[in-house]
Ligand binder design. Structure first.
Ligand code: SAM
Ligand code: DTB
Ligand code: SF4
Length: 349
């Protein structure tokens, strides 16, 4: 199956995965898949060396070095039946988030217009559902058509999808579907019990089969080991093809959730995670996602140096805060980083 990937230069001039394996001198497997051991070896490199390899990869695949801006809107907040330990929207946890109904079309379009006016490239609509009902899909398709008509890239994250639902979203013009693996398969069991890893893989495969681009990443800093972070990145990088967008969230610990008291990950380990994602998924937009408020400017700057080239842009994520848009524009300007131009080239890979 051919898959379209949004990149800025033809891929013919880029290095193959095997070349990259050779470059980093950690051996090549016949299958071309990344082993967890190889990825752990990347994590274990001296930081300067890891950063250099990540920058080299980034420069080869994204010579413009621009940053994509994606704006999130929670179109259906709270009241979710799932038990994801990190999530303030799970009905079973006593958090400040109250369950709301699905937003109306006009309000969604107002928010999308504001995102476009602020310079956003992509508008991502998130719903606190385990999975959408068919009548929800009908309402969301109207939102997708409206947002697309404004000239924005569209993304949605609505929980698990059946094949026919994925098809309906694609036909409405949905460019990306976000569904995260979240973490490694073994650590996953200690974070979520109401749906399995395979359910997530099945949804991702339904999204691919419908012809949409995949946005898939996860959360670090939930108490997983480095080996488990490596195993998580290996699962992402070995998806065939790997996701076009890879959101790397730093856990936002929210009062009332089981992970409320989780100790933050060492910031340099977060930077390493971004660098390894860049090296193992060279064509992907690696998004610096939740948790940027806590990271501070210097760590964010290191993440951009490590190959992050996308951010969530706008004062709100789904239910938690994000840096002010003005503050982000200033940070990018100060770092000399351009934002992604509205034109894009579809390249077959
Ligand atoms: N309900 C849908 C689902 O779970 O697929 C879509 C929305 S859900 C909030 C999307 C993603 O947000 C999760 O998979 C998780 O990676 C991320 N997320 C949720 N709460 C978070 C938190 N407290 N900190 C960091 N990331 C979080
Ligand atoms: C993703 O990986 N991160 C976004 C988006 N996909 C939907 C969500 C982050 C949510 C952070 C917690 C909140 O604001 O509720
Ligand atoms: Fe529900 Fe998604 Fe939150 Fe899990 S992450 S509780 S599925 S909204």
């Amino acid at each position: 199956m051919q898959d379209t990937q949004t990149v800025e230069k033809p891929l013919t001039q880029f290095k193959s995965k095997a070349d990259l394996h050779q470059d980093i001198n950690i051996g090549v497997q016949v299958s071309g898949e990344w082993s967890v051991t190889q990825i752990e070896a990347l994590f274990a490199l001296p930081l300067n060396e890891l950063m250099l390899k990540a920058q080299d990869t980034h420069k080869s695949y994204f010579p413009e070095g621009d940053v994509e801006l994606a704006t999130l809107l929670s179109i259906k907040t709270g009241g979710c039946p799932e038990d994801c330990s990190y999530c303030p929207q799970a009905a079973r946890y006593d958090t400040d988030v109250k369950a709301e109904k699905l937003m109306g079309l006009e309000d969604v379009l107002e928010a999308a217009k504001a995102a476009k006016a602020a310079g956003s490239n992509r508008f991502c609509m998130g719903a606190a559902w385990r999975e959408p009902k068919d009548r929800d899909i009908e309402k969301v398709t109207a939102m997708i058509k409206g947002v697309k008509a404004l000239g924005l890239e569209t993304c949605a994250t609505l929980g698990m999808l059946e094949a026919d639902q994925a098809q309906a979203l694609q036909e409405a013009g949905l460019d990306f579907y976000n569904h995260n693996l979240d973490t490694s398969e073994d650590f996953y069991r200690s974070v979520i019990s109401t749906r399995g890893y395979q359910d997530r893989l099945d949804t991702i495969s339904n999204v691919r089969a419908a012809g949409m681009s995949v946005c898939c990443g996860g959360i670090v800093g939930m108490g997983e080991s480095r080996q488990q972070r490596a195993a998580f990145l290996a699962r992402l990088a070995n998806l065939n093809p790997y996701p076009e967008s890879v959101p790397i969230n730093h856990l936002v610990p929210v009062a009332g959730t089981p992970l409320a008291e989780q100790k933050p990950l060492d910031p340099l380990e977060f930077v390493r995670t971004i660098a390894v994602a860049r090296i193992t998924m060279p064509k992907a937009r690696v998004r610096l996602s939740a948790g940027r408020q806590e990271l501070g400017r210097a760590v964010q700057a290191m993440c951009f140096m490590a190959g992050a080239n996308s951010i969530f842009y706008g004062e709100q994520l789904l239910t938690t805060g994000n840096p002010e848009a003005e503050q982000d524009r200033e940070l990018l300007a100060e770092l000399g980083l351009k934002t992604k131009q509205s034109c894009k080239t579809e390249v077959l890979v």
